[in-house]
Design a protein around this ligand. Structure first.
Ligand code: WTA
Length: 689
């Protein structure tokens, strides 16, 4: 079985040729270096860093200082991180040990004796300095709605909500499920948990009730926070109803706290459901922050892996917060007074680190945007940036592809305050990079293509805005404390020198790395740390070019990236198999112009079942219901059988080739238990196309 993609990868089941085709697939969107510069039309490969520093805010460093600091972070990590941790975070108790543990034993710990509180660091210290400073700009789905929340107000709201949670029985170390759309209350709820030492477990509000149920159960959450409804792109989303459906199978949930967003009639369970506005009124506007140990967990965030079961990636407090503050300061060049807008959702890691923690730790204003880039029209992002004088903007290339395609006439706003333009979640093609730089940034804002993962906590390979040189399409150079290694997937040996390709790993621990998979430490070890002994394995292929710049090629395991959303093919297959007509399912990611990759499903139906359009639609519905609309296959092919080895393993490689129209390059198919099946699958695909 392909239960463990990374493992199979390690065992040479993906020969170099397979890696090469995977890389080639992705390369359709990331031009090879030579072609890239042509596309980008740039005279020089390396953009000059001497861009205008807008508003007279110059970055905290120059290139030479970066090089020195980087060197220090690698050769003297204790000295470097110890200093930075004291500089950027407030500790209620100092630490003596900067780092202990190793990749080998999976016991990394940072700032060991230190104690601190995340909400104190994000709210109190700024509220004390300047209670009227705006912490949150809430840009509602309807451009006419919305409000600002100051740091003073945020402290009161977080305190009251923390009281409510406490009174509901939440204690230090308990997990709280947060199923909220992009409204200020999502941030308030997150910080209220951290204020009392509870572990927040945010579940993206696009997940179905089944997915929500699984995550609530796995984390053992007894309290769920949600809204009556959500509002996005002019549409209403029945959040509370989804929660109710999920909780039918979560007997341990004792309380549901419901924020009234739209005021519609909703189902109500007396004794379990409580209105947010009624509860917070009962409690004082201040509660002391609970000091926690640096290594105490801050949050859980479920992400897709190689198996059907999502993993609860667990982050600790001190190290994670430091990663956010450091990258906010150096990658995004955040200065006091900035207005930072990250378009990511709080349901994913980008929202955690860059809607909530990085900007608030640094005491600036964060924009919380409830809507979509296309509503009410394609100017929405640009209008928000103009209206709020946004200084840093951060978004996934998928949104940029959509907006570029919509036409430059929508980008009328001048956006003169923009200094840094971030990209995240998937490779950004040179031509999109160039558009971002020229049309959005007027060649005056720095583009930072940031590579990282839920597990890395914060950016790991990325330019420092305005400091380090960039090349369109390359995530560029490692962040402080990150020592990348390119590994030959066949031999398992590190490949030294430049101009090399392989899989990407890191050689030394960094503060914001995930500490474990909740309740499954062995899975954590096997996925990240046991693959190549002494390294953290990312699961991505990457190249290091002749100048030492990194080019991320994409996942080498069974994870697909659709519109910057990380999905597991195994999870989608599991959803399809739940349908009574389905005998077998295989899901592959195929290149897609708009979404980067798209999900395509192959399904073999049980004897006596008709393969027709109605069934195809039902299967798509099945995935929407089981996981969420964002995971729905773009195409479903009903085939007579799967291409299988004699031991019964589905050869997805063959399916990928067929979809790519490379039927003449299927490789050796004589090992299939029934080689004639290939012709029949090709015929079914052609018939459907
Ligand atoms: C991919 C999102 C290319 C990569 C922050 C990684 C990227 C996965 C980039 C993690 C980038 C993220 N260029 N690929 N700049 N950033 N990825 O956990 O495959 O949702 O392993 O974290 O996204 O996705 P996750």
């Amino acid at each position: 079985s392909e239960a463990h993609g990374v493992d199979t990868f390690r065992k040479n089941q993906f020969p170099i040729a397979e890696l090469a085709t995977r890389i080639a697939r992705i390369n359709r969107f990331v031009d090879p270096p030579e072609k890239m510069f042509e596309t980008a039309g740039l005279l020089s490969a390396v953009l000059s860093v001497a861009l205008v520093h807008r508003a007279n805010k110059s970055p905290s460093l120059d290139l030479e200082e970066y090089q020195q600091l980087y060197k220090e972070s690698i050769t003297k990590p204790h000295q470097f991180w110890g200093r930075k941790a004291r500089e950027l975070l407030s500790w209620s108790r100092d630490f003596q040990t900067v780092h202990s543990g190793s990749f080998e034993h999976g016991d990394n710990a940072w700032f060991v004796e230190g104690q601190l509180n995340a909400s104190y660091n994000c709210v109190d210290r700024h509220a004390h300095a300047d209670p009227n400073r705006v912490a949150i700009i809430y840009e509602a789905d309807d451009p006419a709605d919305g409000r600002n929340v100051t740091y003073g107000e945020l402290l009161r709201e977080v305190s009251r909500t923390a009281w409510v949670l406490k009174q509901m029985g939440v204690r230090k170390g308990d997990t709280v499920a947060i199923y909220l759309p992009m409204i200020p209350e999502a941030i308030i709820a997150i910080l209220a948990c951290s204020r009392i030492g509870a572990i927040h477990s945010v579940i993206f509000a696009g997940f179905s009730s089944d997915s929500l149920r699984d995550r609530v159960t796995d984390a053992g959450s007894k309290v769920v926070i949600t809204t009556d409804e959500g509002k996005r792109g002019g549409k209403l989303i029945g959040t509370k109803k989804i929660v109710d459906d999920a909780l039918k199978q979560c007997p341990d949930v004792s309380h549901v706290l419901v924020y009234k967003r739209t005021g519609s009639e909703i189902p109500w369970t007396e004794g379990r459901d409580y209105w947010w506005h009624e509860e917070i009124e009962k409690w004082p506007a201040y509660i002391s922050p609970e000091p926690v140990n640096s290594e105490d967990p801050l949050f859980l965030l479920y992400t897709s892996g190689s198996t059907g079961k999502p993993k609860g990636v667990l982050h600790s407090t001190g190290g994670y917060l430091l990663g956010c503050a450091m990258t906010g300061k150096y990658v995004f060049d955040i200065h006091p007074g900035d207005r930072y807008f990250c378009g990511g959702d709080v349901g994913w890691i980008t929202g955690h680190s860059y809607v909530v923690y990085a900007p608030l730790l640094l005491g600036v204003t964060t924009v919380v945007f409830e809507g979509t880039p296309a509503y009410p029209n394609f100017s929405r992002y640009w209008d928000i940036i103009e209206k709020h004088k946004v200084t840093q903007f951060y978004v996934a290339p998928t949104a940029l592809r959509l907006l570029k395609r919509a036409g430059d006439e929508h980008v009328k706003a001048q956006m003169k305050d923009l200094r840094v333009l971030g990209s995240v979640g998937e490779p950004i093609a040179a031509e999109i990079w160039k558009w971002y730089f020229e049309v959005v940034g007027h060649e005056e804002a720095h583009v930072v293509d940031t590579y990282w993962q839920t597990e890395t906590g914060s950016n790991v390979i990325c330019p420092l805005g305005g400091v380090t040189p960039t090349k369109p399409g390359s995530a560029s150079l490692p962040f402080f404390g990150i020592e990348p290694a390119i590994i030959d997937p066949v031999s398992g040996e590190e490949i030294h020198g430049n101009d090399v390709e392989g899989v990407l790993a890191f050689k030394q621990p960094w503060p914001s790395m995930a500490r474990t998979v909740y309740g499954a430490h062995k899975r954590y070890m096997d996925t990240y740390l046991n693959v190549y002994k002494g390294y953290y394995f990312t699961g991505d292929g990457a190249g290091r070019d002749h100048e030492g710049f990194y080019w991320i090629r994409g996942r080498v395991d069974d994870v697909v990236n659709v519109s910057g959303h990380r999905l597991s093919t195994a999870e989608i297959e599991a959803a399809l198999i739940e349908h009574h007509s389905v005998a077998e399912a295989a899901v592959v990611g195929v290149a897609d112009e708009l979404t980067g990759q798209a999900v395509n499903a192959f399904v073999a139906v049980k004897a006596g079942q008709d393969a027709n359009d109605a069934l195809r639609k039902e299967l798509i519905m099945q995935v929407r219901r089981s996981i969420g609309p964002f995971a729905a296959p773009k195409a479903v092919y009903i085939v007579p059988d799967m291409p299988k080895t004699r031991s019964g393993k589905i050869m997805r490689r063959v399916l990928r080739k067929i979809l790519a129209g490379e039927e003449d390059q299927l490789g050796d198919i004589t090992t299939l238990s029934d080689p004639t099946i290939v012709e029949r699958i090709i015929a079914s695909v052609h018939a459907a196309k």
